[in-house]
Design a protein around this ligand. Sequence first.
Ligand code: SF4
Length: 258
Amino acid sequence: MALQFDHIVFGPIHSRRLGSSLGVNLLPKHGKICTFDCIYCECGWNADGRDDTRLPSLDEVYEALESGIRECHDSGVPVDTITFSGNGEPTLHPDFPAIIDRTLELRAKYFPKAVVSVLTNATRIGRPGVREALAKVDNPILKLDGASDAFARLIDQPQDPHYSVRRIEREMAWFKGDFILQTMFLRGERDGRRFDCTDRRHSDAWVRMVLRLRPREVMMYTLDRVPPLNTLQKVSVEEMQEIARPLIDAGILVQIKG
Ligand code: SF4
Protein backbone atom coordinates (compact mmCIF):
# COMPACT_ATOMS: atom_id res chain seq x y z
CA MET A 1 0.00 0.00 0.00
CA ALA A 2 1.33 3.42 -0.95
CA LEU A 3 2.00 6.00 1.69
CA GLN A 4 -0.24 9.01 1.39
CA PHE A 5 2.09 11.95 2.00
CA ASP A 6 5.51 12.34 0.38
CA HIS A 7 6.02 15.99 1.33
CA ILE A 8 6.06 17.94 4.60
CA VAL A 9 3.42 20.34 3.29
CA PHE A 10 0.89 19.24 0.69
CA GLY A 11 -2.09 20.78 -1.06
CA PRO A 12 -4.08 22.85 -0.73
CA ILE A 13 -6.65 20.15 -1.39
CA HIS A 14 -10.24 21.21 -1.84
CA SER A 15 -12.74 19.49 0.42
CA ARG A 16 -16.45 20.21 0.74
CA ARG A 17 -16.23 20.24 4.51
CA LEU A 18 -12.87 21.96 5.12
CA GLY A 19 -12.70 24.20 2.04
CA SER A 20 -9.16 24.76 0.83
CA SER A 21 -6.98 22.67 3.13
CA LEU A 22 -3.20 22.76 3.42
CA GLY A 23 -1.86 19.52 4.93
CA VAL A 24 1.20 19.04 7.13
CA ASN A 25 3.04 15.71 7.52
CA LEU A 26 5.46 15.68 10.49
CA LEU A 27 6.39 12.03 9.87
CA PRO A 28 8.90 10.56 7.41
CA LYS A 29 8.18 11.30 3.75
CA HIS A 30 8.59 7.66 2.68
CA GLY A 31 7.84 5.81 5.91
CA LYS A 32 5.12 5.48 8.52
CA ILE A 33 5.54 5.81 12.29
CA CYS A 34 2.56 5.46 14.57
CA THR A 35 1.69 4.40 18.10
CA PHE A 36 -1.22 2.46 16.55
CA ASP A 37 -1.18 0.11 13.57
CA CYS A 38 -4.84 0.31 12.61
CA ILE A 39 -6.12 -2.43 10.35
CA TYR A 40 -7.90 0.27 8.29
CA CYS A 41 -4.96 2.72 8.05
CA GLU A 42 -4.79 4.42 4.66
CA CYS A 43 -0.99 4.64 5.04
CA GLY A 44 -0.65 0.85 5.27
CA TRP A 45 1.09 -1.17 8.00
CA ASN A 46 3.81 0.30 10.22
CA ALA A 47 6.16 -2.51 9.10
CA ASP A 48 5.89 -1.40 5.45
CA GLY A 49 7.35 2.01 6.22
CA ARG A 50 10.49 1.12 8.15
CA ASP A 51 12.99 2.06 5.40
CA ASP A 52 12.52 5.75 6.10
CA THR A 53 12.36 6.73 9.78
CA ARG A 54 13.71 10.27 9.49
CA LEU A 55 11.49 12.95 10.94
CA PRO A 56 11.81 16.45 9.45
CA SER A 57 13.57 18.92 11.74
CA LEU A 58 11.78 21.87 13.32
CA ASP A 59 13.50 24.20 10.84
CA GLU A 60 12.59 22.04 7.86
CA VAL A 61 8.95 22.01 8.94
CA TYR A 62 8.95 25.75 9.47
CA GLU A 63 10.58 26.47 6.11
CA ALA A 64 8.16 24.16 4.23
CA LEU A 65 5.16 25.62 6.02
CA GLU A 66 6.29 29.22 5.60
CA SER A 67 6.96 28.78 1.90
CA GLY A 68 3.69 26.82 1.31
CA ILE A 69 1.56 29.37 3.14
CA ARG A 70 3.36 32.38 1.63
CA GLU A 71 3.06 30.94 -1.88
CA CYS A 72 -0.70 30.50 -1.45
CA HIS A 73 -0.98 34.01 -0.01
CA ASP A 74 1.04 35.68 -2.77
CA SER A 75 -0.72 33.84 -5.58
CA GLY A 76 -4.21 34.48 -4.20
CA VAL A 77 -4.95 30.80 -3.41
CA PRO A 78 -7.14 30.65 -0.29
CA VAL A 79 -6.21 28.56 2.74
CA ASP A 80 -9.24 27.81 4.93
CA THR A 81 -7.63 25.14 7.06
CA ILE A 82 -4.17 23.90 7.99
CA THR A 83 -4.42 20.23 8.92
CA PHE A 84 -1.79 18.07 10.63
CA SER A 85 -2.22 14.43 9.62
CA GLY A 86 0.40 12.59 7.55
CA ASN A 87 2.16 9.23 7.63
CA GLY A 88 1.47 8.34 11.26
CA GLU A 89 0.95 10.07 14.59
CA PRO A 90 1.88 13.80 14.41
CA THR A 91 2.35 14.24 18.17
CA LEU A 92 5.29 11.80 18.04
CA HIS A 93 7.39 14.62 16.59
CA PRO A 94 9.65 15.75 19.50
CA ASP A 95 9.12 19.42 18.52
CA PHE A 96 5.36 19.14 18.14
CA PRO A 97 4.59 21.96 20.67
CA ALA A 98 7.06 24.37 19.01
CA ILE A 99 5.72 23.48 15.55
CA ILE A 100 2.19 24.33 16.68
CA ASP A 101 3.37 27.69 18.07
CA ARG A 102 5.10 28.54 14.79
CA THR A 103 2.10 27.42 12.75
CA LEU A 104 -0.15 29.72 14.76
CA GLU A 105 2.26 32.62 14.11
CA LEU A 106 2.22 31.92 10.35
CA ARG A 107 -1.55 31.59 10.38
CA ALA A 108 -1.86 34.99 12.11
CA LYS A 109 0.47 36.57 9.55
CA TYR A 110 -0.92 35.15 6.30
CA PHE A 111 -4.39 33.67 6.80
CA PRO A 112 -5.77 34.84 10.16
CA LYS A 113 -9.18 33.29 9.44
CA ALA A 114 -7.78 29.83 8.67
CA VAL A 115 -8.58 27.03 11.10
CA VAL A 116 -5.79 24.80 12.45
CA SER A 117 -6.70 21.13 12.98
CA VAL A 118 -4.66 18.19 14.31
CA LEU A 119 -5.71 14.59 13.73
CA THR A 120 -4.28 12.47 16.54
CA ASN A 121 -4.91 9.01 17.94
CA ALA A 122 -4.78 10.55 21.45
CA THR A 123 -2.17 8.09 22.74
CA ARG A 124 0.12 10.96 23.79
CA ILE A 125 -2.33 13.42 25.32
CA GLY A 126 -1.11 12.38 28.77
CA ARG A 127 2.06 14.40 28.07
CA PRO A 128 1.56 17.99 29.23
CA GLY A 129 3.46 19.55 26.27
CA VAL A 130 1.36 17.62 23.76
CA ARG A 131 -2.03 18.31 25.28
CA GLU A 132 -1.26 21.98 25.87
CA ALA A 133 -0.25 22.31 22.20
CA LEU A 134 -3.43 20.53 21.13
CA ALA A 135 -5.49 22.87 23.29
CA LYS A 136 -4.07 25.86 21.36
CA VAL A 137 -5.38 24.72 17.96
CA ASP A 138 -8.94 25.29 16.78
CA ASN A 139 -9.69 21.62 16.20
CA PRO A 140 -7.94 18.96 18.26
CA ILE A 141 -9.45 15.86 16.61
CA LEU A 142 -8.90 12.93 18.98
CA LYS A 143 -9.49 9.34 17.93
CA LEU A 144 -11.16 6.76 20.14
CA ASP A 145 -12.59 3.85 18.16
CA GLY A 146 -14.40 1.96 20.89
CA ALA A 147 -15.03 1.68 24.59
CA SER A 148 -13.05 -1.49 25.28
CA ASP A 149 -9.36 -2.41 25.30
CA ALA A 150 -10.13 -5.69 23.52
CA PHE A 151 -11.71 -3.83 20.61
CA ALA A 152 -8.84 -1.31 20.46
CA ARG A 153 -6.37 -4.20 20.33
CA LEU A 154 -8.36 -5.77 17.51
CA ILE A 155 -8.70 -2.81 15.16
CA ASP A 156 -6.20 -0.13 16.32
CA GLN A 157 -3.38 -2.45 17.44
CA PRO A 158 -1.78 -0.04 19.96
CA GLN A 159 1.97 -0.55 20.07
CA ASP A 160 2.03 0.04 23.84
CA PRO A 161 1.03 -3.20 25.60
CA HIS A 162 -0.30 -1.06 28.50
CA TYR A 163 -2.67 0.97 26.28
CA SER A 164 -5.91 1.51 28.14
CA VAL A 165 -9.12 3.09 26.83
CA ARG A 166 -10.08 4.08 30.40
CA ARG A 167 -6.80 5.97 30.79
CA ILE A 168 -7.30 7.78 27.46
CA GLU A 169 -10.84 8.62 28.49
CA ARG A 170 -9.53 10.09 31.77
CA GLU A 171 -6.91 12.07 29.88
CA MET A 172 -9.49 13.37 27.40
CA ALA A 173 -11.43 14.80 30.35
CA TRP A 174 -8.60 17.36 30.67
CA PHE A 175 -10.01 19.08 27.54
CA LYS A 176 -13.35 19.63 29.34
CA GLY A 177 -15.23 18.74 26.17
CA ASP A 178 -13.41 21.28 24.00
CA PHE A 179 -12.31 18.75 21.37
CA ILE A 180 -13.65 16.75 18.46
CA LEU A 181 -13.94 12.99 18.94
CA GLN A 182 -13.32 10.88 15.85
CA THR A 183 -14.44 7.26 15.60
CA MET A 184 -14.17 4.72 12.77
CA PHE A 185 -17.10 2.37 12.12
CA LEU A 186 -16.58 -0.78 10.10
CA ARG A 187 -17.19 -4.50 10.12
CA GLY A 188 -15.13 -7.46 9.02
CA GLU A 189 -12.99 -10.33 10.08
CA ARG A 190 -9.54 -10.55 11.55
CA ASP A 191 -7.68 -13.77 12.41
CA GLY A 192 -10.92 -15.69 12.00
CA ARG A 193 -12.82 -13.42 14.39
CA ARG A 194 -15.80 -11.47 13.08
CA PHE A 195 -16.60 -8.02 14.46
CA ASP A 196 -19.13 -5.33 13.66
CA CYS A 197 -19.15 -1.79 15.08
CA THR A 198 -22.93 -1.64 14.66
CA ASP A 199 -23.45 -4.50 17.17
CA ARG A 200 -25.55 -3.12 20.00
CA ARG A 201 -23.15 -4.18 22.74
CA HIS A 202 -20.29 -2.33 21.06
CA SER A 203 -22.22 0.75 19.94
CA ASP A 204 -24.11 1.16 23.25
CA ALA A 205 -20.82 1.15 25.20
CA TRP A 206 -19.37 3.69 22.74
CA VAL A 207 -22.43 5.96 23.11
CA ARG A 208 -22.18 5.81 26.92
CA MET A 209 -18.51 6.74 26.70
CA VAL A 210 -19.25 9.70 24.39
CA LEU A 211 -21.98 10.91 26.76
CA ARG A 212 -19.45 10.85 29.61
CA LEU A 213 -16.85 12.72 27.54
CA ARG A 214 -19.29 15.24 25.99
CA PRO A 215 -16.97 16.45 23.19
CA ARG A 216 -18.12 19.57 21.35
CA GLU A 217 -18.40 17.48 18.20
CA VAL A 218 -18.27 13.84 17.13
CA MET A 219 -17.03 12.70 13.72
CA MET A 220 -18.24 9.24 12.73
CA TYR A 221 -16.72 7.84 9.59
CA THR A 222 -16.18 4.61 7.72
CA LEU A 223 -13.74 3.20 5.19
CA ASP A 224 -12.94 5.49 2.31
CA ARG A 225 -9.92 3.98 0.56
CA VAL A 226 -8.76 0.36 0.29
CA PRO A 227 -7.51 -0.71 3.77
CA PRO A 228 -4.41 -2.88 4.36
CA LEU A 229 -6.66 -5.72 5.58
CA ASN A 230 -8.95 -6.77 2.74
CA THR A 231 -11.61 -8.44 4.89
CA LEU A 232 -13.01 -5.11 6.08
CA GLN A 233 -16.27 -3.53 4.96
CA LYS A 234 -17.88 -0.12 5.22
CA VAL A 235 -20.95 0.46 7.35
CA SER A 236 -23.76 2.63 5.95
CA VAL A 237 -24.57 6.25 6.80
CA GLU A 238 -28.02 5.07 7.97
CA GLU A 239 -26.43 2.64 10.45
CA MET A 240 -24.21 5.40 11.85
CA GLN A 241 -27.21 7.76 12.06
CA GLU A 242 -29.07 5.16 14.10
CA ILE A 243 -26.12 4.79 16.51
CA ALA A 244 -25.76 8.60 16.77
CA ARG A 245 -29.38 9.26 17.71
CA PRO A 246 -28.93 9.35 21.55
CA LEU A 247 -25.97 11.72 21.11
CA ILE A 248 -27.94 14.09 18.89
CA ASP A 249 -30.84 13.90 21.38
CA ALA A 250 -28.35 14.89 24.12
CA GLY A 251 -27.39 18.00 22.13
CA ILE A 252 -24.00 16.77 20.86
CA LEU A 253 -23.07 17.85 17.33
CA VAL A 254 -22.48 14.75 15.20
CA GLN A 255 -20.95 14.66 11.74
CA ILE A 256 -21.24 11.46 9.72
CA LYS A 257 -19.06 10.71 6.73
CA GLY A 258 -20.07 7.67 4.64
S1 SF4 B 1 -3.76 6.19 14.17
FE1 SF4 B 1 -3.99 6.98 12.09
S2 SF4 B 1 -1.95 6.92 11.19
FE2 SF4 B 1 -1.90 5.63 13.02
S3 SF4 B 1 -2.28 3.58 12.28
FE3 SF4 B 1 -4.25 4.45 12.88
S4 SF4 B 1 -5.12 5.37 11.04
FE4 SF4 B 1 -2.93 5.00 10.66
